[in-house]
Design a protein around this ligand. Structure first.
Ligand code: ADP
Ligand code: MG
Length: 500
């Protein structure tokens, strides 16, 4: 069964789930959408609030060019139509974290129109099963402040640091059909945002959160009534919400009830969603064009600059790694799933190609394998991420070059790497100081082989009688006698010669 045929079995037959996500992504920018106040995460409450963000009378919003630029670049990265003319609207409602009494958003004329994101449903072979998820629009809007209910027994406080921070609301079409598709979509979107650099994608810090729209229907029937679960802040939780909410709706419908269109909240501790309020329609918010702001008009030079500034995107990079560098589909997908990993790998590869005599493909394969097994293994053990890796790409490339030119064996390289992690010393220095150079000195190796064969006369007999698997034993013993420093090829040759 493939993920695209996810079904829920009810007494009256099979149900299909329909999912659309609205993702709020905080735009990476020093300043807010309409003011110069800072946006740093974790600052003291109310230290990053301008008079505009506090909605002092008479203050006027001024659009921040960088925020618009980031949203346009994001739109381009998802192959979307960019609207050269767009406009800001006021969405009116009262809440204590919203001093203006309205949020400046874009309802009627969003900055970015229809686009698409391709997801993959097979991690091991990303091109084997793909699906395009339509994007309805991306609009730009302000974030609200934050209420703090845990500071005082009888009072609530308001922190306006987030008030006015720029968000992109990225609205998908109702194109997803399983928890796995919803999870893959959100991960892919986050990957793209990080590549583009328009959002840091840190869901645990709230810079990306998803409203999860879910409905169920019998396959082939029109869409059912949906519920919207707000502010879900991890990929895993999004998948759990879909799973839970779809099953809840099936239960309601199977019992003869109706799904109520409403806003729900997810409780990760109990893994359930709860009704929050009945859903408002757009007209409840009395949207109207914001009279304080002119329409946004983008010229061709601006759009061209946005386009030029886009990096190579994850799918293109993954395919290039496979085709041009000859990496396995799995390695290419793993290395490109995250912009930082790809950057690290490319730095490792560039330095390797510079200092080694091997072809780019050979360097690439060795670099990919080392990064994904040795380096990742070590970082996991140390509880560190790639950014704070004690060994950088240049140092890694030096180590790999020593293996490539035969100075050290793969086994010794593991030891050298451990010492690099501990001391911060370079691989050539460690190899030199500890005398770890691999030897192809046939005299020394011949002597070791002779001793191993003499000490294991019984095994030599068995080998000669046909037990060929013992060859590996002789190699292992010889390597051990040479403290891992013998060139394995030479060892193999000399044992073969001695036994013939
Ligand atoms: P609203 O503005 O009221 O939130 P939209 O039409 O903009 O409604 O849709 C919001 C989100 O809900 C979109 O991501 C869309 O894909 C999704 N959606 C719409 N209809 C359904 C449905 N029947 N089932 C699941 N998701 C839906
Ligand atoms: Mg909505």
């Amino acid at each position: 069964m493939t993920e695209s045929t996810y079904r829920i079995q009810g007494a009256t037959g099979e149900w299909e789930v329909v999912i659309g996500l609205e993702v709020h992504a905080q735009v990476t920018s020093q300043a807010k959408l309409f003011s110069g106040a800072a946006t740093a995460f974790g600052a003291e409450p109310n230290t990053q609030v301008s008079l505009v963000d506090a909605a002092m009378p008479g203050m006027l919003p001024v659009p921040n060019r960088e925020c618009i630029r980031q949203a346009v670049r994001t739109g381009m990265a998802i192959k979307a139509q960019i609207n050269k003319w767009s406009r800001f609207d006021r969405k009116n409602y009262f809440y204590a974290d919203l001093p203006q009494g309205y949020q400046i958003s874009q309802l009627y004329h969003p900055l970015v129109g229809e686009g698409e994101i391709e997801i993959s449903l097979d991690d091991k072979n990303p091109d084997a099963e793909t699906k395009k998820i339509g994007i309805e629009r991306i609009h730009v809007e302000q974030d609200a402040g934050k209420l703090m209910h845990d500071q005082h027994p009888t009072r609530s406080y308001v922190d306006l640091n987030r008030s006015g921070v720029a968000l992109m609301e990225i609205v998908s079409k109702p194109d997803m059909r399983s928890p796995a598709e919803a999870g893959a979509y959100l991960s892919k979107l986050r990957t793209i945002l990080r590549y583009v650099g328009s959002c840091d994608g840190n869901m645990d810090q709230g810079s990306m959160r998803a409203d999860v729209n879910v409905s169920v229907r019998k396959p082939g029937e029109p869409f059912g009534t949906r519920t919207e679960t707000k502010n879900v802040n991890s990929v895993r939780f999004v998948m759990a919400v879909v799973e839970h909410e779809a099953n809840r709706q099936v239960d309601v419908l199977e019992a003869g009830g109706k799904v109520v269109q409403e806003t729900r909240l997810y409780d990760p501790d109990r893994n359930e969603t709860r009704s929050m309020r009945s859903k408002e329609d757009a007209h409840d918010y009395r949207y109207f064009p914001d009279p304080d702001l002119l329409p946004l008009e983008l010229d061709d030079a601006f759009l061209e600059e946005c386009r030029q500034s886009l990096p190579e995107l994850p799918d293109a990079k993954r395919r290039r790694y496979e085709k041009d560098l000859g990496l396995s589909a799995y390695n290419a997908a793993t290395l490109t799933a995250d912009a930082d990993t790809a950057r690290w790998f490319e730095a490792l590869l560039a330095e390797g190609a510079r200092i080694q005599k091997k072809s780019e493909g050979e360097v690439a394969k060795a670099s990919a394998n080392w990064l994904l097994s040795e380096l990742y293994g070590a970082l996991n053990r140390l509880g560190k991420s790639l950014e704070d890796s004690p060994v950088g790409p240049e140092e890694g490339a030096e180590l790999l070059a020593l293996i490539a030119d035969g100075t050290i064996s793969g086994t010794i390289a593991k030891q050298v790497f451990e010492i690099m992690l501990e001391t911060g010393d370079s691989a050539p220095k460690i190899v030199e100081e500890k005398g770890l150079k691999q030897t192809s000195d046939t005299g020394a190796i011949e002597a070791a082989v002779a001793k191993v064969l003499a000490d294991n006369g019984d095994k030599v007999e068995q080998y000669k009688a046909g037990k060929e698997a013992l060859f590996g034993f002789f190699v292992g013993q010889t390597m051990k006698a040479m403290q891992g420093k013998a060139n394995p090829q030479v060892v193999n040759e000399l044992i073969r010669k001695a036994l013939s």
